[in-house]
Ligand binder design. Structure first.
Ligand code: NCD
Length: 362
């Protein structure tokens, strides 16, 4: 078994034990009470933000977090203005930036791309969203929101509604919440936008109860938390396919009237039309507060990732299978063909180290 170690990275929250998340949440909470007490904590440190995909909250909250910690930032938010436009691969771009910066935050449209960068980077790498795969720092934001607004991370009935197939925030959130006791999941989507099998397997393996329904009206009254998501237009293979799904769920005051008095509504944002603006003035709408918690938890994360006492984790725990091709055509290994083909597990069904999809060994 190979073990590639380099820096402390955050690619998938579930690479770390729950105790590590809890420490981060505690620090995020402390920072939220008095952010100015940390204004010199990262003096002299530089954060590189490489955003190959559009972003408002994730990018700006990371940048604000570093500035509030006394550090500075470099990076791009449009790869067209960097050498990526000249055809530079991920490995070269991230290798260079990781030599300039002390910590790097990266968002990319392809699953597994941030792990690919972490293989060769010279500084800690944080996954700010890799295609439709994972979004661990949104999950940290969501966990801090639940802790502050619901007072607990267990014993909750959580409804996830919308594009559960392509919504990376839901994938990361379900993986994380399944580590706490007695959480129940209600998966509200059309058949076409159902949760991928590898995330359902996480639920089944942990013995968690989940139901799949297509009607938000039927489910809303049973929930402690409603996590709404946008239909991810950019991840559809055709415009017609998106048009068929668009507008399938809309939360409005009529539906809110059927919900529990203490249910909270979360959304990673941006919203398109899935939450009517009239819901914003309902006390149970938590999504704007949620975005602010994102800044505090990212301050806590930057501090933790730059802490020299933290122990790096292995980036790769499986091994190379030179001739095995990942079954997921959307995996980074299909685009950046120099990448070694790393898989986890033994036997005939192996898990891709980059995108987590399973591939059958012939
Ligand atoms: C989400 C994302 O980028 O995955 N946004 C965010 O980071 N707050 C959700 C989305 O784009 O729908």
């Amino acid at each position: 078994m190979s073990c590639i170690y380099n820096n402390l990275n955050l690619i998938d929250l579930n690479d770390y034990p729950v105790a590590w998340w809890e420490k981060l949440l505690e620090l995020g909470h402390k920072i939220s009470l008095d952010p100015s007490a940390y204004s010199e904590s990262c003096k002299g440190k530089i954060m590189g933000t490489l955003f190959y995909e559009p972003s408002t909250r994730t990018q700006m909250s990371f940048q604000t977090a570093m500035l509030r910690l006394g550090g500075t930032i470099i990076g791009f938010d449009n790869p067209a203005t960097s050498s990526v436009a000249k055809g530079e691969n991920i490995k070269d771009t991230t290798k260079i930036v990781s030599g300039y910066a002390d910590i790097m935050v990266m968002r990319h449209p392809t699953a597994g791309s941030v792990k690919a960068a972490a293989l060769t980077a010279d500084c800690p790498v944080i996954n700010a969203g890799d295609g439709g795969h994972l979004h661990p720092t949104q999950t940290l934001t969501d966990l801090l929101t639940l802790r502050e607004e619901k007072g607990r991370l267990d014993g909750l009935t959580i409804g996830c509604c919308g594009d559960l197939k392509n919504g990376r925030t839901v994938h990361s959130l379900i993986k994380a919440m399944s580590c706490f006791k007695n959480n129940k999941f209600v998966l509200i989507s059309t058949k076409e936008l159902a949760l991928p099998a590898y995330i359902k397997d996480v639920l089944s393996a942990g013995g968690h109860s989940y139901t799949e329904v297509s009607s938000l009206d039927e489910a809303v009254g049973t929930l402690d938390v409603l996590y709404m998501t946008r239909i991810q237009q950019e991840r559809f293979s055709s415009k017609e396919e998106y048009e068929r799904q668009k507008g399938c769920y809309i939360l409005d005051n009529k539906k809110m009237a059927m919900a529990k008095k203490d249910m909270i509504v979360m959304h990673p944002l941006p919203r398109v039309d899935e939450i009517a603006v009239e819901v914003d003035s309902d006390d149970r709408a938590a999504y704007f507060k949620q975005a602010k918690y994102g800044m505090y938890i990212r301050m806590a994360l930057i501090l933790t990732m730059l802490d020299k006492d933290q122990k790096p984790l292995p980036v790769i725990t499986g091994r190379e299978h030179k001739h095995l091709i990942c079954s997921n055509p959307g995996c980074i290994t299909h685009k950046e063909t120099y990448l070694p083909h790393y898989f986890r597990g033994e036997g005939t069904l192996l898990e891709c180290e980059y995108c987590d999809e399973r591939t059958l060994v012939e």
